[in-house]
Design a protein around this ligand. Structure first.
Ligand code: FAD
Ligand code: MG
Length: 320
């Protein structure tokens, strides 16, 4: 997933810890290879992308149906600020290439006319889901997805959070009593420590990533995701171009915030919401997070820290 995985596991013995830790890595690889990747030919997302414009669509697994339905619901509620159909635009900016070190020397931003053209192929409202299997309450259990020609799905903004949900479910089946697993900007806390103390999750200072702005103290199972303009970027003509795109313009979002941290029980939601709220900015983002019952923390361009009440109750500023 183009990121570093860190695991801390509290197990009854070394053997169990080693075994579960290996299982975690295996599950992550499996999710990337079989479901989430937009690069690996073996994944569902790749298979769905290949059907763009062919009219036949692609029958998603029930897990991926759930992911896409939740992402599309968020797109609607976020006025399109979050959009998994931005693949063509993300490719133009070559965001994956930045991290792979492919970007050496001067970076040239994509041509506005080419960007506009790519944007025309994007847009969650052009994505069609045809339910094929319904649950007892009429909920969609499995759907066929139809992408118009030129559209490409990109789950970069939600895939790691979804993976945390899957890891949590698999930890429940294990003998692990407590765990913290981080996938880049998303962190899962699970269970408890043997000494009963809280989990501590640091929130980086977006202006100086050698420092924390504060620490969250959490009990039990939570997901914490941060989207920031310091995570992945290139310099072009002296300006910083980061990896979170405003679907309205195709340009890096410029909503007055350096970072957004979201705290929820569900990983897919925390990851997707952190991206959506980054694009929306503090005022609209705060409202959206609250509609979802999520806690949120924004670091603004002015260096101000804005938080929901629930976030405040578990946040300790650095140095206190
Ligand atoms: P987030 O804010 O969570 O997401 C930003 C990412 O989402 C962008 O990089 C872009 O892909 C997409 N995006 C941008 N704007 C929006 C928007 N408005 N709405 C919706 N989505 C948006 N990186 C590599 O360098 N190489 C890889 O091979 C690679 N493989 C990956 C495979 C998987 C399955 C996943 C989940 C990620 C992978 N990544 C890879 C990382 C990926 O490219 C993103 O950069 C990363 O997920 C960003 O995470 P974040 O938490 O920093 O940012
Ligand atoms: Mg995200």
């Amino acid at each position: 997933m183009g990121t570093v995985v860190r695991q801390t596991l509290y197990a009854p013995d070394d053997h169990t810890a080693d075994w579960v830790s290996a299982e975690v890595m295996e599950l992550l690889n499996r999710l990337e290879e079989q479901e989430l990747s937009w690069r690996l030919e073996t994944s569902e997302i790749c298979a769905a992308n290949k059907t763009a414009g062919n009219g036949e669509g692609y029958l998603l697994s029930s897990d991926m149906t759930g992911v896409i339905v939740e992402c599309m619901n968020l797109s609607k509620r976020a006025e399109g600020a979050f959009d998994i159909t931005l693949g063509p635009v993300v490719r133009l900016w070559n965001i994956d290439g930045w991290a792979a070190g492919e970007q050496t020397g001067a970076y040239t931003m994509p041509e506005p006319s080419i960007l506009r053209q790519a944007l025309e192929s994007c847009g969650y409202e052009k994505l069609e889901l045809k339910p094929e299997v319904l649950g007892e309450k009429g909920e969609i259990l499995q759907a066929r997805i139809f992408l118009p020609a030129g559209m490409q799905l990109d789950l970069g903004a939600a895939g790691k959070g979804y993976a945390l949900d899957k890891l949590r479910d698999s930890l429940k089946e294990s003998e692990i009593g407590g765990a913290v697993i981080s996938l880049g900007g998303s962190v899962l806390t699970y269970g408890g420590k043997p000494d009963g103390t809280d989990w501590k999750v640091g929130i980086l200072n977006p202006l100086d990533t050698a420092e924390y702005i504060g620490i969250l103290s959490l009990k039990g199972q939570w997901c914490v995701s941060t989207s920031g303009d310091y995570e992945r970027y290139v310099e072009a003509d002296g300006a910083r171009c980061h990896h979170i795109i405003d679907p309205a313009t195709g340009m890096p979002a410029d909503s007055g915030v350096h970072s957004v941290t979201i705290l929820t029980r569900e990983g897919l939601l925390s990851d997707a919401l952190s991206t959506a709220c980054f694009v929306l900015g503090a005022e609209k983002g705060m409202k959206l997070a609250q509609e979802y019952g999520a806690e949120a923390l924004f670091v603004t361009f002015e260096g101000e820290i804005l938080m929901t009440e629930g976030m405040e109750s578990c946040f300790s500023p650095a140095g206190h």
